[in-house]
Design a binder for this molecule. Structure first.
Ligand code: ADP
Ligand code: MG
Length: 691
C-alpha cells in the first residue's frame, strides 16, 4: 500500500463504507481526503433528549419528534413543485410531515420506518390541520445511543446516518494522526480545546456544553492562521521589496502647493506625511488610503506622483471607468500645468495609433504619469521605470489586476485608494497587511447632503423644487437603473426618462443623457459640458457612480432606489454635496423587501460612509460585499468575520504578537504552525496578493 494511504491525505474511498459511489457524492461537497472529511463539520446538533410528543405541537414551533411512518407518498402541487408527505405517528398522536422538492424520498422513507424529524410546525389553511415542515430527518437506530446528534450538510443520495457512520470510522482510524500545531502556550493562554479533541467533540459530542468551546477552537484557528499568513506576507514583502528611497523635499512640491487653489485639510496633510514616511523608509509602500467620497484623495495621489517624478520614477494611476480616468486626466493636467510634467492617458477606446504612441512614450520614459483604466495592465504596456502605482476606487478591481499592475515595476510603491470604507472586520482580514491612512475630514465649507424619500404623490413637488434649484444656478443628476426600456422589466430607463423630462417636465432647461454605451469622446464632451454648466440636468445610469466631480451639481434624484445596492447609493450620492451649496438627494421608487427597506433607511439616516458600509456588510455578507472572487478572502471552516469579530481581534493580536518575537516562525515550538500557514496560504504568499 502506498504510504499516503496511512495519512490524512488518504482518499475517502479507502474508508470502510465509502466506496467509489459514496466518495463521488462526498467529492460533490468538496470532500476528497480523510482530512477534508475530519473537517467536514456538522451544521447543527439535535438533542434527542428533547423529543416533543406529537400531540403537543403548536403552530410556528420548531420541534423534534420521533414516530413511525404510517403512510407516505410523493405529490405535486398545482404550481408544479414536488412534495413528499408522510404521516408520522407516536403514542400521543400523528402529524403530516412535508418535504419540499424531494420526491425521490419515496424510495427511502417507507411505511413502518421509525424516524426522527426536526422541523417547524405550520398550520395549513387548506387542509385545516398542522403540518411539520421538515428541516432534518434521520432514521431511528437502536444501536445508536448518543443523545446529541450532529447534523451534517447533505447532498442527494447521502444521508445523515451513512455520513455519520463514515465520519465515525474515519475518526476512529485517523484522529490519532491529527497533530496539534498550536504551541502549548497559545492553547493555555486562550483556553483552547486542542485540535484532536475539538474534532472529536464536534463530530461526537457527549454534551452540548463542550461544543461551543470546540467551535471556538476551529474559529480561532481559521482566523489565527490567516492573520499569521498576512503578517508573514507583509514582512516578506518589506524585506524583499526594498523600495527606492525618495528624496522628499523639493521646490517642485512647494511650487505645486502654491499653485493649488486651496490649502490641504489637516487630514490631507497628515496622510501626505504618512505617505512621505513610507517613501523614505527604504521599503516599498503598501498603503491603503481610505476617505469618504469627496474627501479629496485625488490631490494626494497627484502629490505622490510629483514626488515620484522628482525622484526620476514613473507613476501609473488606474481608475475603474473611462469617464473617471478622463476626468482625472483633465484635472491632473490642470494641477500640473506648467510643471514640466508629461501626463498620458491610456484607455480602451483609444485608436490603435493613439495606443502605439502612448506605449512608446511610456516605454521610453518620456511619460511621467500614465492615467488609465484596465488598459494599463495589458501585455504590451511596458514602463521604463515604474516606481509608483496608484489604484483609485480599488474596490472595483480584482486582486490579480492590482498585482499585475504593480508587477510592471520593480518594487513599486503602491497606494490604493477607496471611498468604500472598510468595516473593521474586513480591514483586519482582507487588508490586514496594508498600512492604512484615513482622511477623516471633508474640505471646508461643505454641508451634509439632505436625503428624502419621495412618494409618487410627492413627485411633482420634487420636480418643482428641482426647477427652483436650477434657477438658483445649481445642476442636477437623475439616475436610472437601466439604459433602455426593456419589455421584461417595468423600469424607468435613462433614455426614455431623458426624453420625457426634456419634453414634458423641464422644457425650459437643458437635459442631457449619459450612459455606458455612449461613445468615449461623446462621454467626454457631455461631462465637459456638464462641468461648464451648459447642461442643467444630466440623466444617467450608474456610470457616474464613482469619482465624478462636478461641485456645482447639488441635486440628485434616484429612480427605483430599490434596484441599487447600498454602497452604490452612497457612491451616487457622493456626486453631490461637493460644493458650498446645500445639496439634496431624492430617493424615488418602491422598496418592498426588508433588505431594500433597510437600505433606504440607512440612506435616510446617515451620510457617514462608514456606517453605511457596516449596514451593507451586514445585509450582504463579506463575500458579496467585495465580490467573492475578487475579495481574496479565504474560505474558512467555521469562522464568519462579522459574527466572530471578537475572536478575530484576539486571534490577530495573538498572531502579530507571536510574529514580533519570531518573525519567520522558526523557533522549534512554532515550526508546526509555520507548516500550517504555508499549507493553507502558500499560494497567496507566493503571488503576493493576500490583500
Ligand atoms: P475623492 O476623495 O472622492 O476622490 P476628490 O479628490 O475628487 O474626492 O475631491 C473632491 C473635490 O474636493 C474636488 O473638487 C477637489 O478639487 C476638492 N478638494 C480636494 N481637497 C480640497 C481642499 N483641501 N480644499 C478644498 N477643496 C478640495
Ligand atoms: Mg476619487
Amino acid at each position: 500500500m502506498p504510504e499516503f494511504t496511512a495519512g490524512l491525505k488518504t482518499p475517502v474511498r479507502y474508508i470502510k463504507g465509502a466506496g467509489p459511489k459514496i466518495s463521488k457524492l462526498f467529492e460533490r461537497m468538496g470532500v476528497s481526503t480523510v482530512e477534508d472529511l475530519l473537517y467536514f463539520l456538522p451544521r447543527s446538533y439535535e438533542d434527542r433528549s428533547l423529543i416533543a410528543p406529537i400531540s403537543t405541537l403548536r403552530p410556528d414551533q420548531e420541534v423534534l419528534i420521533k414516530g413511525r411512518v404510517v403512510k407516505a407518498k410523493a405529490e405535486r402541487t398545482r404550481r408544479g413543485f414536488s412534495l413528499f408527505k408522510a404521516v408520522i405517528q407516536d403514542e400521543s398522536g400523528s402529524v403530516v410531515a412535508v418535504w419540499f422538492n424531494q420526491a425521490f424520498l419515496d424510495k427511502v422513507i417507507k411505511k413502518d420506518k421509525v424516524l426522527y424529524i426536526a422541523g417547524k410546525a405550520i398550520y395549513n389553511n387548506y387542509s385545516g390541520s398542522l403540518e411539520l415542515n421538515v428541516k432534518n430527518y434521520d432514521f431511528y437506530d437502536e444501536a445508536q445511543n448518543e443523545q446529541i446528534i450532529p447534523i451534517y450538510p447533505l447532498t442527494e443520495g447521502l444521508y445523515q446516518k451513512k455520513l455519520r457512520k463514515i465520519i465515525r470510522t474515519a475518526l476512529e482510524k485517523y484522529l490519532n494522526v491529527v497533530r496539534e500545531f498550536f504551541p502549548q502556550k497559545l492553547i493555555d493562554q486562550h483556553k483552547l480545546t486542542d485540535l484532536p479533541q475539538a474534532l472529536q467533540t464536534l463530530h461526537l459530542p457527549s454534551d452540548l456544553s463542550q461544543i461551543e468551546n470546540a467551535r471556538r477552537r476551529i474559529i480561532f484557528d481559521d482566523l489565527f492562521i490567516f492573520q499569521l499568513g498576512l503578517g508573514m506576507r507583509s514582512s516578506f514583502l518589506k524585506k524583499r521589496q526594498a523600495g527606492s528611497v525618495f528624496k522628499v523635499e523639493g521646490d517642485l512640491i512647494s511650487r505645486f502647493m502654491d499653485a493649488l487653489p486651496f490649502e490641504l485639510t489637516g487630514a490631507q496633510k497628515k496622510v501626505f506625511a504618512e505617505i512621505k514616511q513610507d517613501l523614505l523608509s527604504g521599503h516599498a509602500m503598501n498603503r491603503l488610503l481610505q476617505g469618504d467620497v469627496g474627501s479629496g484623495k485625488t490631490i494626494l495621489a497627484v502629490l505622490t506622483a510629483v514626488l515620484a517624478h522628482r525622484n526620476g520614477l514613473q507613476t501609473a494611476m488606474m481608475a475603474p471607468t473611462e469617464i473617471l480616468a478622463r476626468q482625472h486626466m483633465a484635472k491632473v493636467s490642470q494641477f500640473l500645468d506648467g510643471l514640466g510634467f508629461k501626463v498620458v492617458l491610456l484607455v480602451g477606446s483609444l485608436s490603435n495609433k493613439e495606443k502605439k504612441v502612448a506605449y512608446k512614450i511610456i516605454e521610453n520614459g518620456e511619460a511621467d504619469l500614465v492615467i488609465g483604466t484596465h488598459a494599463l495592465i495589458e501585455e504590451g504596456v511596458k514602463f521604463k521605470n515604474l516606481g509608483l502605482v496608484i489604484v483609485d476606487e480599488q474596490q472595483r478591481f480584482g486582486v490579480m489586476q492590482r498585482a499585475r499592475l504593480a508587477k510592471k515595476g520593480k518594487a513599486s510603491h503602491v497606494l490604493v485608494m477607496t471611498a468604500t470604507p472598510i468595516p473593521r472586520s474586513l480591514a483586519l482580514t482582507l487588508y490586514g497587511d496594508l498600512d492604512k491612512s484615513i482622511i477623516d475630514e471633508l474640505p471646508p465649507g461643505r454641508t451634509p447632503v439632505q436625503t428624502h424619500f419621495v412618494t409618487e404623490a410627492k413627485r411633482q413637488s420634487a420636480y418643482d423644487f428641482i426647477k427652483k434649484e436650477i434657477r438658483a444656478g445649481r445642476q442636477v443628476y437623475v439616475v436610472c437603473p437601466l439604459v433602455q426600456e426593456s419589455e421584461k422589466l417595468d423600469l424607468k430607463a435613462a433614455k426614455e426618462e431623458a426624453m420625457y423630462l426634456q419634453s414634458q417636465v423641464f422644457k425650459e432647461f437643458k437635459v442631457a443623457l449619459i450612459h455606458g454605451k455612449v461613445k468615449a469622446n461623446e462621454k467626454d464632451r457631455i461631462m465637459r459640458d456638464f462641468l461648464d454648466k451648459k447642461i442643467n440636468i444630466l440623466v444617467s445610469t450608474t456610470v457616474i457612480e464613482v469619482g465624478i466631480d462636478v461641485p456645482n451639481a447639488a441635486v440628485m434624484l434616484i429612480e427605483h432606489v430599490e434596484r441599487f445596492g447600498l454602497s452604490a447609493l452612497h457612491q451616487l450620492r457622493g456626486r453631490i454635496g461637493r460644493g458650498a451649496a446645500q445639496s439634496y438627494c431624492f430617493l424615488c421608487g418602491n422598496p418592498k423587501t426588508p433588505e431594500a427597506k433597510s437600505r433606504v433607511k440607512a440612506m435616510l439616516s446617515t451620510n457617514d460612509g462608514f456606517k453605511i458600509a457596516e449596514v451593507d456588510l451586514k445585509l450582504r455578507g463579506p463575500g458579496e460585499f467585495y465580490g467573492e472572487k475578487q475579495s481574496g478572502l479565504p474560505e474558512f471552516r467555521l469562522a464568519d468575520i462579522i459574527r466572530d469579530e471578537p475572536i478575530l481581534l484576539k486571534a490577530r493580536a495573538a498572531a502579530f504578537n507571536l510574529l514580533k518575537n519570531d518573525p519567520s516562525l522558526s523557533q522549534t515550538e512554532n515550526i508546526p504552525l509555520k507548516a500550517e500557514v504555508l499549507r493553507r496560504y502558500k499560494k497567496y504568499l507566493n503571488l503576493g496578493i493576500l490583500n
